[in-house]
Design a protein around this ligand. Sequence first.
Ligand code: CAA
Length: 388
Amino acid sequence: SNPDFPHYGLSEEHQAIREAVRAICDAKVVPFAADVDEQARYPQEAADALLAADFHAPHVPEQYGGAGADALATVLVIEEVARACASASLIPIVNKLGSVPVQIGGSEEMKAKYLGALARGEGGFSYCLSEPDAGSDAANQKTRAVRDGDSWVLNGVKRWISNAGVSEYYTVLATTDPDKGSKGISAFVVEKSDEGVSFGAPEKKLGIKGSPTLEVYLDNVRIPADRLIGEEGKGFQYAMQTLDHTRITIAAQAVGIAQGALDYALGYAKERQQFGRPIADNQGLQFLLADMGIKVEAARQLTYAAAGRSERGDADLTFFGSAAKCFASDVAMEVTTDAVQVLGGYGYTRDYPVERMMRDAKITQIYEGTNQVQRIVVARQLLAGIQS
Ligand code: CAA
């Protein structure tokens, strides 16, 4: 064997980030995760701790006052937080999702203003693409933006907006030319304090109950012309490019949830005695645990590989982003369901965390594009000959 062979894994710096996040989570996230779910309340303790450590929006580049975490480091932050509390992991996830369109298309002035504010913790950043009739068919935008002198006037309804109401800033997709389809869509930054912005009642969800999901109403919202992100008509392209990068964060969340469930199931299997010995002594249970461990590690490796593509901007990023999100979220659903099985009747109760993890895992197969949409994207990439 060759001891000089480069290590295929995390750098020391990346490992240090993982350990730093884990320590914060053990102290400030794990102890509140059950209560956050039970009360369906915002994970304020986690939000405060993540902000204090600059992990609330780690992806913001240093030049705008951010922590400057690369895509892999951001994935590690999200994975570790999700391992403790999926709801809390939506803080760095949503802040990245909402602000990447500004990073991709925005002017230097816009980036300095909004990425700076996000990095300083002046407000979170939500992403408003979905509408009541524009879910998987994201190009079917009904929200309208009309130019009027030095302003744009926005009207419409955005649905399923994660962390709406909590966030100060919103990237809003709207059609500026309905005749042009996806080429007539533009992106804007809207602030919570803009006149005409209001919110619906929080959705009552199966999981991620600590992350509020609301409708956002835009009623004659007049914003200055310079809130247009990049070029008119490029909004859909920015929105899709954003998802190429951020579907990897959902993969990271899924890996974290699955790892949390596996950790708990392993500990339980060694403790729980039946027939006079730990249930972990049964090979039937060992095989279940083995499959769980294999799946989590495979999902993790694909997610880290995708993060590398995101950081470098490789041509096969679209394939990797969708593949990682699709695979890791399916793994999260399987592994959390199996963790409930390992705990048996106890696993089915709220006295143990695995049923929460199973409920939290489900959304990862749905948001940032359903796994059916991911398979469409992956198939299109394969058929176009784009894969590493
Ligand atoms: N990068 C750059 N451009 C892209 C692109 C990408 N990844 N994907 C598409 N485009 C461009 C296309 O090139 C095309 O332009 P041209 O005509 O010049 O080639 C244009 O955008 C339209 O693309 P399509 O023809 O592929 O569009 P489509 O209508 O067939 O839709 C889709 C494709 C993949 C189904 C897309 O609508 C989609 O991803 N849907 C799912 C939406 C989604 O993921 N929503 C998530 C909401 S956010 C959320 O969930 C957040 C949360 O709560 C945390």
